[in-house]
Design a protein. Structure first.
Length: 1114
């Protein structure tokens, strides 16, 4: 009897910690590093307001189930696989959460652990906590599939996941389909972030051939599985790093240059685990990440779950083997990869795994071998074979299935070497299901680590400049811009085709087609010199796009045709030609061009759907319907294809029934999208969220000049009978479409309605929106909202143009606080005009004194502008009830209390409030330590030695409510122990003081120089080891001088920074001066120390410790 698979929906109630509403203030890019790449938020809203409110919430859960496994998926939380159970033994082979407990780990803030998180085109993707569209499918072979899909807004690429369970198979298949539906080259990474329950018996199993593991950015390497080196500041010499228990601090390891198709994890205590299989040629990525069992790991366990304990991430990447490590998707290119996971049990580990079976071989000291097999399907009369050399030493016919592993202990002949053995499982049909032969691992040199690129002027060749810039662009590097490298290349060779092409694409993607076209023409002039046909058509293709953006369609048409001469660009160029044909109404030629495009790019759903539209316009409704249905068989959630299927049927049937069916489909789609009016936390951003897929379809139609179809799609969500608000861009796009159709009255109506909609979450981002909004402004130049939205769109692209738009909006309507806030950011970031920035932000606060973030941003401006700390604190305290709910704003109040010496108040707040911590970033604990150390200093000066000792001891603590734990590097222990020693010495307890000075010299600390050099050196001086102390002081001075040179040169973020934000040169210089001052202070050069501390305060008047030391010297 054939086994069956079930796919079904059910309600699942999970205790959930509530999250506040998304921030209505747009978060423009300010240089934030996130997961080693640019941490861009816009056009998404930030979702970072967490609460301690836990309530039961009912989710829509999707299930796949057969006799062996049960899979649960939550489409409302990014399509996360929430549960994966081995039904044969009840083992959760993926991490199963029993609570939804968000933490500040995601690109947009909130993120949860557990199961499988799907990441494209960046790690911890923006939409990981947002609803995904979904549908359920039954397949002819009896398998069942959950389809999940979304269009990522920043890059406008489609990401589709097909999760399938097969009859009689114990694996979960994930078909991953990234599709670049844009006309531009895009870079991407893809990783499945797979979590498993961890414990002291859990081991991560990279394939046996893995010789080395590497870190993020490939800037450090370690031997695998037994390390021989310090790695990321941790002494791993002689440590087996494959075990969860052996990592004192959060850590990552990527398998280096892996040539095998599997990865596994095994809990030896449970005697069960999970195997992962994928074609390593396209899915090379294999990664171990863990918080670890140390103090930080235990802290994050509490942050992320209530009772489910620690986890390991067994990440699996395709077209990427590192983070960051990005590959390319050409215009309209799709890729596909399949990944598989299945539970394993009772075989003690894994040495090899395939889609059919996993095998283990363990050779004991007594010269016996234990062999074990897990099969993913029932295999009757299979043969387990052990060979020594070429001879079969052991063979047994077995029946094996996922419920019945095979394990056998076999005595080996004396002298047998592991490399002599081969273990194989053969099916009854003679097919090899899995095989493993131990191999001797030769010593190979450790790979070279990646290094940061030199400054542009230091690179020798134009080619190096171009390739360096291209890599920075490809990897979305947050520390260095590619543009100076391209510009240096053109400085040396103004006609270089590569650099001109790269710079032209930069301008094109920033909405500056005229500048872009100049570079493309220069590139073409070089490659076509002496009447030469260029080797590739990329410059012609992008010139065609630039001409289209300028409305020069005839010139673009000719240029695209030239691009079709090159195989590399012909598919995209023919698609562009087909769009222009449709604009002309020449659907016959469009059909030919689409066929030519599809001949070399058959996975382009955009081309297939446009072809369906063309067939429909030619009256070939049956063909159009069949084609749209074929697209939906591959991409069942493609809204454009769904619309074309509806239109083809409506055209063929010429009756209302087809429209009724379409309306019902849309109603189900919106319901599936999880967008009920009470769906938290996204309910306040509902109009923004639900509009995006429809705007994409309308844009697709608009690109082909099919304005009636665009208007019809947009009308679905702009029904005037609706009682709730509509996303304003829907009306603007509908007005634009109607204007193109010659309906000036309808256009004016919808432009007006767009201007009347609430501005919250009005974050346009499509380049096409520039023309839409400018057209609205041509019809009504007094539309303040259109000016505002245009400014939002342009700020990260053309900031000066954004300022002009915002200022026009303000002149027309100055009521909106976000407008004033945006102008404040622009005045300081673009024009370096702090007074205007402050005035504008003050206006924003006056307009909305309930928005705590505005107080935070205003205080940052006050600080930069030298506003007195007393004045800043007074404002925050007047609005304490507002800002106390906002971590960043409340932290500013506490920081100011500390700076003003009001330590008691600051410390009391930090005792009682729950502060949230972002992964990889500092937090309020720094202020906590400062407040205790400085209050202790006051006690010490007043002779209150006991109180001073208590505060110094408190500085060594890590309060749980601050979401902080003792770091592996020891934090500021050196400083606290030294200062605590001085308190005991002042109190007359020389013995305890000496012990504390000794602890200061031996305390764990992070590698490299820092202020701790001073305190450690001072402790050595107290112990009579002045030579050691002087070395530390001299090293600190030298390091600080280098830091100062770097700051003065404008370097603001470490090249390999995984997290962080850019710091101003003045802040960096202040730190460097302060460190120099400490070095001089240690050397008893008080005058020089005083000078350096003064310089630090000149650069940053708010530098707390520079002021403290200077006051001490006075």
């Amino acid at each position: 009897m054939r086994s069956s698979v079930r796919v079904y929906e059910a309600e699942l109630t999970i205790p959930t910690y509530e999250v506040g509403a998304p921030d209505p203030n747009p978060r423009f890019y300010t240089g934030r590093a996130y997961q080693g790449a640019q941490g861009r938020v816009y056009p998404y809203p930030m979702l970072d307001q967490l609460t301690d409110v836990r309530r039961d919430k009912t989710y829509r859960a999707l299930y796949l189930e057969n006799e062996y496994i049960r899979i649960c998926v939550l489409p409302e939380i990014g399509g996360r696989v929430f549960e994966a159970v081995d039904k044969t033994n009840g083992y959760d082979f993926l991490y199963r959460q029993h609570v939804v407990k968000p933490a500040l780990i995601g690109m947009l803030g909130v993120w949860i652990s557990g199961g499988i998180e799907w990441n494209f085109p960046h790690h911890h993707r923006s939409r990981a906590f947002m609803p995904m569209d979904y549908t359920l499918a039954e397949n002819p072979d009896g398998s069942k599939t959950i389809w999940l899909s979304e269009i990522e807004l920043r890059h406008r690429m489609r990401f589709t996941i097909g999760l399938t369970v097969y009859p009689g198979r114990s694996y979960l298949e994930a078909a991953i389909k990234p599709y670049n539906r844009t006309p531009y080259l895009q870079s991407f990474l893809y990783w499945a972030n797979v979590s498993v329950h961890a414990g002291p018996d859990y081991q991560v199993i990279f394939p046996p051939g893995t010789r080395y593991a590497t870190y993020h950015g490939k800037n450090a390497f370690a031997n695998w599985p037994v390390a021989r080196e310090f790695y990321r500041g941790i002494d791993y010499r002689g440590v087996d790093i494959s075990w969860w228990a052996n990592h004192p601090s959060p850590i990552s390891f990527f398998a280096w240059n892996c040539e095998d198709d599997f990865l596994a994890g095994y809990d030896h205590g449970q005697d069960a685990g999970v195997a992962y299989v994928a074609n390593h040629h396209v899915a090379p990525g294999k990664k171990l990440w863990e918080w670890g069992p140390g103090p930080q790991g235990r802290l994050w366990d509490k942050i992320l779950t209530d009772e489910d304990g620690p986890y390991i991430e067994l990440m699996a990447g395709a077209y990427s083997d590192n983070q960051p490590d990005y590959s390319w998707l050409q215009p309209y290119e799709a890729k596909r990869v399949e990944q598989y996971w299945y539970p394993i049990r009772e075989i003690g580990g894994v040495k090899a795994a395939t889609l059919d079976a996993a095998v283990n071989l363990e050779i004991a000291a007594d010269n016996s071998a234990t062999i074990g097999f897990n099969a993913t399907a029932r295999q009757e009369s299979a043969r387990a074979i052990l060979r020594i050399g070429k001879a079969i030493f052991f063979e047994e016919e077995i029946d094996i299935d996922p419920t019945s592993p095979f394990v056998k202990e076999i005595a080996l002949p004396t002298g047998t070497r592991g490399s002599d053995l081969q273990i194989t499982l053969i099916s009854s049909a003679g097919e090899e299901l899995v095989s493993y032969r131990p191999l001797d691992r030769p010593e190979t040199p450790m790979p070279d680590a990646v290094t940061a690129p030199p400054a542009p002027e230091q690179l020798e060749s134009v080619e190096e400049l171009y390739l360096t810039g291209l890599r920075l662009e490809q990897f979305h590097n947050p520390a260095l811009s590619p543009i100076p490298y391209y510009e240096e290349a053109l400085k040396r060779d103004p006609g270089d085709s590569r650099a001109n092409l790269a710079l032209g694409i930069q301008h094109l993607r920033r909405g500056s087609p005229k500048k872009a076209a100049d570079h493309f023409r220069t590139a073409i002039a070089r490659t076509t010199k002496n009447y030469t046909s260029p080797r590739d058509g990329e410059a012609h293709y992008y010139l065609g796009l630039a001409l289209r953006q300028q409305g020069l369609h005839e010139a673009a048409y000719d240029t695209f045709y030239k691009a079709t001469w090159s195989h590399a660009t012909q598919a995209a160029a023919y698609y562009q030609l087909a769009q222009l044909d449709c604009r002309r109404g020449d659907f016959t030629t469009a059909l030919d061009h689409l066929d030519r495009s599809l001949a070399t790019n058959a996975w382009s759903t955009s081309a297939w759907v446009l072809k369906a539209a063309v067939l429909r316009h030619l009256g070939r409704f049956v063909e159009a319907e069949e084609l749209a249905a074929a697209v939906l068989a591959e991409e069942p959630l493609d809204l454009w294809a769904q619309n074309e299927l509806h239109l083809a049927r409506a055209g063929r049937e010429a009756r209302r029934g087809a429209l009724d069916a379409w309306d019902a489909l849309l109603a189900r789609r919106l319901q599936r999208f999880g967008l009920q009016a009470d769906a938290k936390p996204w309910h306040q951003a509902l109009p923004w969220l639900e509009a995006q897929p429809f705007l994409e379809v309308a844009t697709d139609y608009g690109g082909a000049g099919l304005w009636q179809e665009a208007a019809d799609v947009l009308s679905i969500l702009t029904d005037p009978e609706q009682e709730r608000d509509t996303y304003p861009l829907l009306h603007y796009y509908l007005g634009y479409s109607l204007e193109k159709l010659g309906d000036a009255e309808g256009a004016a109506l919808h432009y007006r309605r767009g201007s009347e909609m609430p501005q919250e979450y009005g974050f346009p981002f499509r380049l096409e929106s520039i023309e839409v909004l400018r057209s609205a402004l041509e019809m009504n130049p007094q539309d303040a909202s259109a000016h505002y939205y245009l400014g939002n769109l342009l700020f990260d692209l053309q900031p000066q143009q954004a300022i002009e738009g915002w200022e026009r909006a303000r002149a027309l309507d100055d009521r909106h606080p976000t407008l004033h806030r945006n102008l404040a950011l622009a005045y300081v970031q673009v024009e370096n005009d702090l007074p205007r920035a402050i005035a504008s932000m003050e206006e924003a606060v006056a307009r909305d004194p309930r928005d705590a973030r505005l107080f935070y941003e205003l205080d940052l401006l006050y600080e930069a502008g030298g506003v007195a700390a007393e004045q800043r604190l007074a404002l925050l305290q007047e609005n304490h009830e507002t800002i106390v709910s906002h971590n960043d704003a409340f932290s500013r109040e506490i920081l100011l209390l500390t700076q003003l010496g009001r330590y008691d108040e600051a410390i009391e707040f930090m005792k009682t409030h729950h502060f949230r911590r972002w992964e990889g970033l500092g937090n309020i604990h720094t202020t906590y330590v400062d407040a205790h150390l400085l209050r202790a200093r006051e006690h010490l000066e007043a002779g209150r030695y006991s109180d001073a000792i208590q505060d110094y001891q408190a500085a060594l603590e890590y309060p749980e409510n601050l979401e902080v734990a003792k770091p592996y590097g020891g934090g500021r222990e050196c400083q606290a122990y030294y200062l605590l020693g001085t308190a005991y010495e002042a109190a007359g307890d020389a013995e305890t003081a000496r012990e504390l000075y000794q602890r200061a010299t031996t305390a764990t600390r992070s590698p490299g120089h820092s202020a701790l050099d001073y305190y450690q050196g001072s402790a050595y001086q107290k112990l009579g080891q002045d030579a050691v102390a002087q070395d530390l002081f001299a090293g600190l001075i030298s390091y600080a001088a280098e830091r100062l040179r770097s700051a003065q040169a404008g370097s603001s973020l470490e090249f390999f920074a995984k997290f962080g934000t850019r710091r101003s040169p003045s802040e960096q210089m202040a730190d460097a001066y302060y460190l120099q001052g400490l070095g001089y202070l240690g050397q008893a050069r008080r005058a020089q120390a005083r000078e350096m501390f003064s310089e630090a305060l000149s650069s940053n008047p708010n530098h707390l410790w520079a002021r403290t030391e200077l006051d001490e010297l006075r």
